[in-house]
Write a protein that binds this ligand. Structure first.
Ligand SMILES: [Zn+2]
Length: 305
């Protein structure tokens, strides 16, 4: 049994067929966690979809209306880069509900892991890059509105910059946005996060981990969040099809450990979301995300000085 909850719903799979975004990964990760005896079914909570009121804490009524009634323009559809369907829209509402639940679990147990979410390219009035709505921003706004947190930090290690996150919280001094990503990659341009760490093409483990450690120590010394949302993309991996960094699988595990240790040292709970991952072999993407759960398990309950 895990010392924290996992959050998963069968609806996370967008069933995109032959698409570079392997959304079946969510189910494969869940299955791998059970098969590898890391988790038991009792560790896994099934989320309710976010309510429209939740989604409207971040998104414009116009965008919600367009998504729910199939009124996207052609250019809005093309920006999403995933096919539109009612089922896909509902899957995003479920993923947002999952991130809200993972946030609540993290506040109780120190960690909470949504085996989905991390849709950091959605903006209040539009979506892009496989992201219709921003589950992490919705979760932060919901938890704030419920009085459960005041200040939050988003730590985003997906290989792509968290442009939606940066834009949504640009003028909000209660939410600190931190993104470490490949500079020479989508999105272009990159709206500024509170701290952006731009990594050069083909950077390897040591260079990346050094930059991450210095960056995180710096921001956590000056901002004290009630909760960290970790957007732990698997796509800085050297065999990723949409990334140009050269991290190894063990480098990515060290990345997760580093983030969790820095949070734990300061007694800041962490809610995990998965975000991207487009390795040539889907099994690699799955294992990278499974390793994130293992990193959380190793650090949960441990005292770090
Ligand atoms: Zn990504």
């Amino acid at each position: 049994m895990l010392p924290f909850k996992l959050v998963y719903h069968d609806r996370y799979d967008l069933r995109l067929g032959e698409h570079v975004f392997p959304s079946q990964k969510f189910r494969l990760i869940r299955d791998a966690l059970i098969l590898q005896n890391i988790a038991e079914p009792i560790d896994i909570l099934v989320p309710h979809p976010a309510t429209d009121a939740d989604v409207l804490l971040v998104h414009t009524p116009q965008w919600v209306n367009k998504l729910q009634h199939n009124r996207l323009t052609l250019s809005e559809r093309m920006l999403l880069e995933i096919p539109y369907s009612k089922d896909v829209v509902e899957a995003f509402w479920v993923a947002a509900g999952g991130s809200i639940l993972a946030g609540r679990c993290a506040l109780q147990d120190g960690f909470g892991v949504n085996l989905g979410g991390g849709f950091h390219h959605a903006f209040p009035g539009r979506g892009e890059g496989f992201c219709m709505i921003h589950d992490v921003a919705i979760a932060i706004r919901r938890l704030q509105a419920d009085g459960l947190i005041h200040r939050a930090m988003v730590v985003d290690t997906d290989v792509h910059q968290g442009n939606g996150t940066a834009a949504i919280f640009a003028d909000d001094s209660d939410v600190f946005t931190f993104s470490i990503h490949q500079e020479n990659n989508y999105p272009m341009p990159k709206p500024p996060s509170d701290v952006d760490i731009n990594i050069e093409d083909a950077a390897e483990d040591d260079e990346y981990l050094d930059a991450l450690r210095k960056g995180l120590e710096g921001v956590l010394a000056r901002f004290h969040p009630d909760l960290i949302f970790y957007v732990g993309g698997a796509d800085p991996y050297r065999e990723d099809q949409l990334g140009g960094l050269w991290l190894t699988m063990s480098g990515l595990l060290k990345r997760d450990q580093l983030v969790f240790e820095e949070a734990r040292r300061r007694d800041v709970p962490v809610a995990v979301t998965l975000a991207g991952g487009y390795a040539r072999r889907v099994a690699d993407t799955v294992q990278i995300h499974v390793n994130t759960v293992l990193a959380a398990r190793a650090i949960a309950g441990r005292r770090i000085n």
